[in-house]
Design a protein around this ligand. Structure first.
Ligand code: BG6
Ligand code: MG
Length: 215
């Protein structure tokens, strides 16, 4: 891996722990629909788009709805979610992320965001992270959800790099699969038991620097 020139980061669960807010908002909606929605069910929503997340919840509750109602419910969930994340500050950035991003940039590596979230710009802004990125590909720029590789292929393209010149950092199974489908090396952030398909798994970025990756 001597030709690595770009790193592509997922947002939710990699740079910031927003999963808890997604969960709170989905659970609030599930309660309104009388659906029992557990933290374990929530794992299935990680990395998955907003509409697909709703589909999974409706499937759990065995409920069928028309498209207009689904759009309305997804909007309702998003309004709650945006209310929760409006309180985010740079202190919510996960441990070690800033140091890692700085060491990566100091080593001449280009940095992109590759997230399914349509709220990415808002979150990066709240965290004061926007300026660390050379390119931002978010949920407003892709039409195919992870595990489709679109988001990461667009990230590489925006950095003017080939897929095999990029490393993806992902916390979700669907995201790891998307990276592999893009032909990229994937570093999982989280647990080895969940992210079995990643090439390497780190528990997080605490004390992590570019040199320690030994590429
Ligand atoms: C991903 C999250 O990053 O973004 C998913 O892991 C979420 O849980 C998806 O559903 C879409 O996010 P948003 O903010 O556009 O609803
Ligand atoms: Mg994620």
């Amino acid at each position: 891996m001597h030709n690595i020139k770009g790193f592509i980061f997922d947002l939710d669960g990699v740079l910031v722990d927003t999963a808890k807010y997604h969960y709170l908002a989905w659970r609030r909606l599930a309660e309104e629909l009388n659906i029992d929605f557990s933290l374990r069910d929530n794992e299935r929503l990680k990395g998955v788009s907003r509409m697909q997340s709703l589909e999974i919840i409706l499937e759990i509750g065995n409920i069928t709805l028309n498209d207009a109602t689904k759009i309305e419910l997804a909007q309702k969930k998003n309004n709650w979610y945006v209310e929760y994340i409006s309180k985010l500050t740079p202190e919510d950035i996960l441990p070690g992320v800033i140091g890692f991003l700085e060491s990566v940039r100091d080593n001449g590596i280009k940095v992109a965001l590759g997230s399914a979230s349509k709220n990415s710009m808002l979150i990066l802004d709240k965290l004061n992270l926007t300026n660390y990125f050379d390119a931002i590909i978010d949920g407003t720029k892709v039409s195919k959800a992870k595990p489709n590789p679109e988001v990461f292929l667009k990230g590489a393209e925006a950095l003017n790099l080939l897929p095999n010149q990029c490393i993806v950092f992902e916390d979700a199974e669907a995201g790891v699969e998307a990276a592999i489908n893009a032909g990229m090396y994937c570093i999982g952030i989280g647990s080895k038991d969940v992210l079995k398909k990643a090439h390497l798994v780190l528990s997080g970025f605490y004390n992590m620097t570019f040199d320690k990756l030994e590429l």
